[in-house]
Design a protein around this ligand. Structure first.
Ligand code: ATP
Ligand code: MG
Length: 184
């Protein structure tokens, strides 16, 4: 039988870079599940939401119940992704990334989640190489979780754990509307 105490300590000795990507549903909820699992151990999680409005009422209310363990921060003030104001988007992206780097460098959190962060890289709002350099040179005990579609191949290369959610079926395609507890 595995000693759960030893196992937990072993788990914290190597910080993982975790990526949930792909077109299927479940990326943000996987990160939330991990945050709640960690909170159950009394670990602290910083959950940074890079696209304003991407979170639904259910998860916002649920996270409030983990106050003191899961800190939620909303970045971006609404990125547009429409290239109408590239300069503005790039500035907001840099500010959001600065905030994320501070959270990662603070050593206050066992896990830092960068939810929907891949879009900043995919749409070229942040330079990929310095981001990867920062992530690979972070405190080696720090877990970082990144979610979002279109994760760049070099990010996947740098990661320790990658799960690609594959869209096999989604109820929306059958005309079934979003439901409480499932989508919001
Ligand atoms: P969730 O927040 O449910 O874990 P996600 O983070 O994997 O989903 P996103 O790409 O962030 O998905 O998109 C968020 C919204 O888009 C969710 O409401 C989700 O149900 C919906 N969605 C995700 N994948 C699909 C799909 N293949 N077809 C239609 N809607 C989808
Ligand atoms: Mg998501």
């Amino acid at each position: 039988m595995v000693d759960s105490t030893t196992k937990k300590e072993d788990g914290m000795s190597k910080g993982l870079l975790i990526v949930f990507t792909g077109n299927g549903k479940g990326k943000t909820t996987a990160a939330l599940g991990m945050a709640m699992r960690a909170a159950g151990h009394g670990l602290r999680v910083c959950f940074i939401q890079f696209i304003k409005g991407s979170w639904r009422y259910g998860e916002l209310e649920a996270v409030k119940r983990f106050a003191g363990l899961i800190d939620l921060h909303v970045m971006g003030k609404g990125f547009t992704w429409k290239s109408e104001n590239i300069e503005d988007d790039a500035r907001l992206a840099r500010e959001a990334w600065d905030f994320a780097r501070q959270a990662i460098n603070s050593n206050s959190y066992q896990i830092v989640v960068l939810d929907e962060f891949t879009y900043l890289l995919h749409y070229g709002m942040l330079a990929l190489d310095p981001c990867l350099q920062f992530l690979t040179e972070r405190n080696p005990a720090q877990h970082v979780v990144i979610t979002g579609r279109y994760a760049p191949p070099s990010l996947l290369e740098a990661a320790d754990l990658v799960t690609e959610m594959q869209a096999v079926k989604h109820p929306l395609a059958s005309g079934i509307k979003a439901q409480k507890g499932i989508e919001f």
